[in-house]
Ligand binder design. Sequence first.
Ligand code: ADP
Ligand code: GN1
Ligand code: MG
Length: 369
Amino acid sequence: MCDRMCDVQTILKSFILDRFLSSVPYGEGHINDTYAVTFENSNGDRYRMLLQRINHAIFTDPSGLMNNIDGVTKFLKQKIIAADGDVNRETLTVVPTKTGELFYRHSDGTYWRMYVFIEDAITYQSIRNQQDFYNCGVSFGNFQLMLSNFDTDALIETIADFHNTVKRFNALKAAINEDKSGRAKDIRPEINFALEREKDAGVIIEMLETGKIPYRVTHNDTKLNNIMIDNTTGTGICVIDLDTVMPGAACYDFGDSIRFGASTAAEDETDLEKVSMSLKLFEVFTKGYLSVANEFLTPAEVESLAIGAKIMTFECGIRFLTDYLNGDKYFKIHREHHNLDRCRTQFKLVADMEQKMNQMQEIVKKYSK
Ligand code: ADP
Ligand code: GN1
Ligand code: MG
């Protein structure tokens, strides 16, 4: 692991003094660099920790970011204790440095944090069965419910305008005009698909800004692989990747879950024939999410869910397309044209959701109280 972590010992020793045994790159996130690190304590017991290099090109205020995560996880821990839950597995636990900091700043300018490793649970890139996705809906509903009385003023915006789809759209227009990588001429169909839907970009922001729907504490990145599924029970045990927990719309979380989890193919599938939004999966997630969220959502928020799924998918497609035009500067890529492939799956899903919007709205109605 020494390409990015050249001074492993210094970084690890700033958190834990036990004997370091090994470290392996871990997970499939697009943003941070993650490692599973094994230690051995003085009794000879082995245990793992989760080490992450915070992507500080994206999260430009690592201190504010870690304060958010510390505040949210401590708040969640109180609720978990009150509900007699397992406080070490049902939320992330930040491991502070030996000097009590929430992260370590290395002399090479990189930022590192450590979490307790949640064992006997796993994240999935695609669902194994419908029950998994129902359980995810329950977990993300619960996450919003537990944070519904968290003080939003205590949170900084870790990425400004993260789900402001209008600003995302404007960034796309700028990227098309600048055409930094000279790729615009080859992707006219994708560019046109986005430009034809300019009016969609403002839909959720307008609902928030006019007060039609309230700001809530939302996760904002509710991909399937940001939820740990317990190996024994198969239920969602812990919502992870809390970097983007910020005030937002409830339908951001609902929508992003559908975008990723209700797709019949991977986010970067190149055979678009395989890509569609499964109404069956949409239904099981909606059923799980609303079984909890009916408790706090307003009627207008419930009404925003199906459209939120489309807008979040559109926004993600725009972001992949923008990054492709800008020369792949934001999302990690693993092959040439990776961001274009990702953009294409998102736009295929958007087109499919446009066809299925009435049925999606009916399903939401069926499970709302
Ligand atoms: P990214 O922001 O890059 O997506 P994540 O925080 O989601 O990074 O972490 C990447 C992966 O690492 C997750 O999908 C999950 O598989 C694993 N992971 C993250 N946190 C933990 C943890 N505390 N315990 C065990 N595995 C974890
Ligand atoms: C990124 O970090 P990860 O892989 O969970 C991105 C999300 C996108 C997602 C697309 C901070 O999520 O917003 O929806 O990729 N996170 C950030 O897969 O930009
Ligand atoms: Mg993640």
